[in-house]
Design a protein around this ligand. Structure first.
Ligand code: MEV
Length: 443
């Protein structure tokens, strides 16, 4: 591959040509294929191009829904963007299962977001500690112009704290700030406030007569929001008398409840299982986070950090059986927005939010966590009853059939055949050969 400089400055056509020259066996065909995924409306395509950089084309992902998710007594149709087969079907099945058992209940516990100014300072800690209330006032005052709109919406800076971090690194301190960013995810708001805090901090220490010359130097290492927001927390749960846990394939409600709870206990105590268990939860959460134009990397990073909050990575969901009642719940921190960012720009993110009745950020937290819990219920239910492959292979079968370009008639025969036979790539190939040979002979 040739080294190129100034790639980002090239036009889109020039960028395509350069990449095609490097990699494509058949440049004309690849170019035509890329262009076939461009949006038919050039303005819309420009919008998509501008979400990122060096864009050549669009990468399609399936956009599906789970209908009839009953949450806090309200029926919702939830949009999901995901490429993995079975995920939407599984969440849909869990939604249906709990619909007749009271549905999902959710409650936002708190909405605090966090940002930090990391700085080095060689002064005397106690002096700074004693005047921190004064400094805090200056920090708030000088950020007032930035926070004005957020305050009008009922949010803003909640608290500022001086954190002594000298046990980690010499001379290291933080200003830890907490924010309420209302319906926005708030990353830009938080980062702007933090950068203002850094300026105020430096100026305030320089100008304050109580510090001597050797204490005037503040090194700002960085100012950045934290994606770990343990106090931006939502809880979702389902509960039912054990005897109502019916319609479980070949298993009594009592056996199912016991096996299910045991599976959750395993995920709580074994990191290998916990990781897969939580991955299944994020199959659901990421799909709605993507569909609503939110930052799934931030939500995942936070969820996994929270899963390790006690110093050991564990399950995000929990289960209890007490006095004949089965209860299954998730506590998960989640910083999401329903205004600003991509939520307002991406036309399908906007449609997703419309479909959800244009929820507040708090309601979106509840919905996303519910989809995560539904996904986990479906996965653990399959794992502890029929095994996961039954459902997976049904979906996988369709993907394999697609690789053989099976027509509708062939799909029908194959789906019937594999109701009683094990799906594998070879088994599907053999069946396809058989079907096509029989047809050839019959003609
Ligand atoms: C597959 O994407 C997710 C599962 O492995 C989750 C789980 O095992 O709980 C089915």
């Amino acid at each position: 591959m040739e080294i190129i400089s100034g790639f980002s400055k090239l036009s889109k056509e020039e960028k395509m040509r350069w990449v095609l020259r490097q990699f494509a066996d058949n440049p004309a065909q690849t170019e035509a294929e890329w262009k076939s995924f461009w949006h038919q409306d050039p303005d819309m395509q420009k919008l998509f191009d501008e979400f990122s950089e060096n864009t050549l084309t669009n990468f399609y992902m399936p956009f599906g829904v789970i209908p009839n998710l009953l949450l806090n007594g309200e029926l919702l149709c939830v949009p999901m963007v995901i490429e993995e087969s079975s995920v939407v079907a599984a969440a849909g099945k869990a939604a249906k299962y709990w619909q007749s058992r009271g549905g999902f209940k959710a409650q936002v516990i708190d909405v605090k977001k966090v940002g930090q100014v990391h700085f080095l300072w060689k002064g005397e800690y106690n002096k700074l500690y004693c005047v921190f209330d004064e400094l805090k006032e200056a920090l708030l005052d000088q950020a007032a112009a930035l926070t004005q709109n957020m305050r009008k919406r009922g949010g803003g800076i909640l608290d500022l704290e001086l954190v002594d971090m000298r046990h980690v690194l010499p001379d290291y301190y933080q200003i830890k700030a907490t924010f309420d960013t209302c319906d926005s995810m708030g990353a830009n708001f938080i980062n702007s406030c933090l950068e203002q805090f850094a300026k105020t901090l430096q100026n305030w220490i320089t100008a304050n007569a109580m510090f001597d010359d050797s204490e005037r130097d503040v090194t700002i290492v960085m100012c950045i929001l934290s994606n770990y927001t343990p106090d931006c927390l939502v809880r979702v749960w389902v509960e039912s008398p054990i005897e109502a846990l019916t319609e479980i394939e070949g298993m009594s409600p009592q056996t199912f409840a016991f096996k299910f709870k045991t599976a959750v206990e395993i995920a709580k105590n074994d990191v290998f299982r916990a990781t897969t268990h939580n991955k299944g939860i994020f199959n659901g959460i990421d799909a709605i986070i993507l569909a609503t134009g939110n930052d799934f990397r931030a939500v995942e990073a936070c969820g996994h950090a929270y899963a390790a909050r006690h110093g050991r990575y564990t399950s995000l969901t929990d289960c209890s059986i007490e006095n004949g009642i089965f209860k299954f719940w998730i506590d998960i921190p989640m910083a999401v927005g329903t205004v600003g960012g991509l939520t307002a720009l991406h036309p399908l993110a906007k449609k997703s939010l419309d479909m959800l009745g244009n929820p507040s950020a708090q309601k979106l937290m509840q919905i996303a966590a519910t989809v995560g819990l539904a996904q986990n219920f479906a996965a653990v239910k399959s794992l502890t009853t029929t095994g996961i492959q039954k459902g997976h292979m049904k979906m996988h079968l369709l993907n394999i059939l697609r690789t053989f370009e099976a027509n509708d008639e062939e799909i029908k025969v194959a789906v019937e055949h594999f109701k009683t036979n094990v799906v594998s790539f070879n088994a599907v190939r053999e069946l396809m050969e058989q079907i096509r040979q029989d047809k050839y002979i019959a003609e």
